[in-house]
Write a protein that binds this ligand. Sequence first.
Ligand SMILES: Cc1cc2nc3c(=O)[nH]c(=O)nc-3n(C[C@H](O)[C@H](O)[C@H](O)COP(=O)(O)OP(=O)(O)OC[C@H]3O[C@@H](n4cnc5c(N)ncnc54)[C@H](O)[C@@H]3O)c2cc1C
Length: 364
Amino acid sequence: MGSAAVYHLSKAGASVIGFDQHHPPHAYGSTHGETRITRLAIGEGAQYVPLVSRSHQLWRELEQQTGKQIFSQCGGLIMANQGNPFLAQTKASALEYSIPHQELSGSQISDKFTVFAAGPEVQGIYEPSAGFLRPEVAVESHLKLASKQAADLRFGERVKSWSASGGGYQINTDKGSYFCKKLVICAGPWVRDFFPEGRELFKVYRQLLYWFAFERNYQQFKQMPVFIWEFGASPDDFIYGFPAINGKQGGIKIATEIYDHPMSPDDFQRKATSEEKRKMFEQYIKPNLPGLMPAPLRTVSCWYTNTSDNHFIIDSPENHQQLLLVSACSGHGFKHSAAIGEAVAQWADKGSSEIDLSAFGLQH
Ligand SMILES: Cc1cc2nc3c(=O)[nH]c(=O)nc-3n(C[C@H](O)[C@H](O)[C@H](O)COP(=O)(O)OP(=O)(O)OC[C@H]3O[C@@H](n4cnc5c(N)ncnc54)[C@H](O)[C@@H]3O)c2cc1C
């Protein structure tokens, strides 16, 4: 979020200082692991469709400016059993915004995309405009352009505190003190350090990404769409994944979401344990994508920052109208980040954004 914000703020001519305790793109927060799913028919709610639609335009503009490939439109498939609310909302969003899509039965899914063992209970929605983004390339591109646009980017500098002062904000870092008229906080899983009164709003969870090698069907894995599959009744009965993008030896990335216990983003980022790897294969991979090998090639952990209703918070806390808290979180924020960066710049300039962000208020 921060890289898109500094890019759009500096593009709009604002005088910007951006701080990061690390050197982005990096692997310590929530924006690493090669790929992120993007889709227009948003199953989390139709209020997100304007943000992702604008982001799809902005990713293409960013690609043109940098010559880098950021957005691969390989199509996307949402699968679940009948009556699943995420599938129903995906369809509702597609219908409300006239997003081209196809409804598929379990047998149509297995015929069209042979890597999935989809039974008769499965229903799917295929969206050709969906695909995946390259988060590290996007972050690097936004930051390079922001720097060219004279944004002052200070990496390896940790913000220790902020306070209202003289009609603006005093920022204290481990290297100095600064004054700004407007403050945008995009701290990902560290958001609670900046907003202690809202600590109970955000819970941070470690999530694992796995890359599995092919036992067979490499070509089919290469040509498959991105997918999200809620295959059972429990909230943990969930996987999502991407086509093979790293060649025959590179495997494919598949992940689930586990909410066992909240952690701190400064906790050591462990790779998957043997038990986690075994469970991932036996419970999630083997029954659903039978052409993969049991032992993952590699694993990486990443932080989810969840609100209680899994919706974003993009708002100014009470008595801080010159401060914007941007927590586009709960494991589905990246696809919206380009438009959120643009909205931040509009907020800084005019006090509001063209895309209505009122659904993401602190009171929702
Ligand atoms: C495993 C995983 C899979 C996901 N899959 C998808 C997906 O498929 N599609 C999708 O749209 N979204 C997805 N998401 C969500 C998306 O990636 C995140 O919502 C988004 O990247 C969050 O970005 P952020 O800028 O808020 O956080 P971060 O990327 O964590 O950035 C926060 C930054 O703030 C800096 N910072 C924090 N505290 C300080 C401080 N005190 N001083 C200086 N700097 C500080 C950090 O160093 C960091 O660089 C996924 C997330 C994860 C973890």
